[in-house]
Every structure is written in structure tokens, then in C-alpha cells.
Design a protein around this ligand. Structure first.
Ligand code: DQA
Length: 147
């Protein structure tokens, strides 16, 4: 059966391509979505790719992923470092979650070193730019296959 993966993106990630390209690269979110959809077509996956600047919307989508999805890839942007609500949503949804960041948050300001998501994530991929999304898809697929 085709498995459904939610890929959720938080605040300001809609600006990828023009936002601090020295930090986040020049790839747009649209391009990342297309790459993920291509990967999905090759691996019999359904991808629900979304972005919001609104914390509560991300909470709603994480709950939806828990009800309808098989896995979650989450780049929560700055909410990574602030949001107990996202942590609680992941905990409550029990959906296998991989945390992604384009930048290596540990090479950046101290306030980015703490993540509310990491304690409830299967793992974290950061510092590989846009490629991190495909790396996360591969890791999630392996997890779902039990390997
Ligand atoms: C980010 C890292 C966060 O610290 C930052 O607030 C973002 C993007 C990343 O993908 O590198 O918005 O999640």
C-alpha cells in the first residue's frame, strides 16, 4: 500500500531562494517540493508538502499527519527553538518524525542550538541544504520498511 508522508515547513521557508542565500542556498521551496514529488513517484510514496508561517496551522497539520499519515518530515524554522505546541503535537500524534534544517544550526547562534523537536524526532538532518529533504525521505523510508 502507498504510504503517505507529510513534509511540513514553518515560518519564512516560503522565502527560500531569496532569503539569506549565503545561509540557506538559492533553491526555492517550490523546487524542493518538486524534487520530493519526483522521489515519491520513484518510491511509491504519497507526499503532502505544505508551508505555513502560522504556528497553529502547523499544529493542525501535525495532528492530521498523526491521523492520516505514515511519517512526517518537519522543518519548523524558528518554531524549532521556541514551540512547546509543536513538541506536544508530535508527542500526541505518535507519527514517526524526522527534523530537517537546511543550515547547520549548531554552527550558528547559541539560541538555535536548542530544539524542542529533537527529543521526539527519530533523528535530525541539518547542514546539507535542500538535499536534507531527500536524505530525510530516504531515512524515513528505511524506518518504515523496518531496515
Ligand atoms: C532553519 C533553521 C532555523 O534556525 C531558522 O529559524 C529557519 C530555518 C533551517 O532550515 O536551517 O527558519 O530551520
Amino acid at each position: 500500500m502507498t504510504q503517505s508522508i507529510y513534509i511540513l515547513n514553518g515560518p519564512n521557508l516560503n522565502l527560500l531562494g531569496t532569503r539569506e542565500p549565503d545561509v540557506y542556498g538559492s533553491t526555492t521551496l517550490d523546487h524542493i517540493e518538486k524534487s520530493c514529488l519526483k522521489f515519491a513517484a520513484e518510491h511509491d510514496l504519497e507526499i503532502l508538502f505544505r508551508q505555513s508561517n502560522v504556528e497553529g496551522k502547523l499544529v493542525d497539520w501535525i495532528q492530521e499527519a498523526g491521523q492520516k499519515g505514515d511519517g512526517l518530515i518537519l522543518n519548523a524554522g524558528a518554531y524549532t527553538h521556541t514551540s512547546v505546541a509543536l513538541l506536544d503535537a508530535i508527542k500526541a500524534s505518535h507519527v514517526p518524525t524526522i527534523e530537517v534544517h537546511l543550515s547547520n544550526i549548531f554552527q550558528r547562534e547559541e539560541f538555535r542550538h536548542h530544539s524542542f523537536i529533537s527529543p521526539v524526532a527519530l533523528g535530525v538532518i541539518c547542514g546539507f541544504g535542500a538535499n536534507g529533504y531527500e536524505l530525510a525521505l530516504r531515512a524515513l523510508l528505511a524506518h518504515l520498511k523496518g531496515s
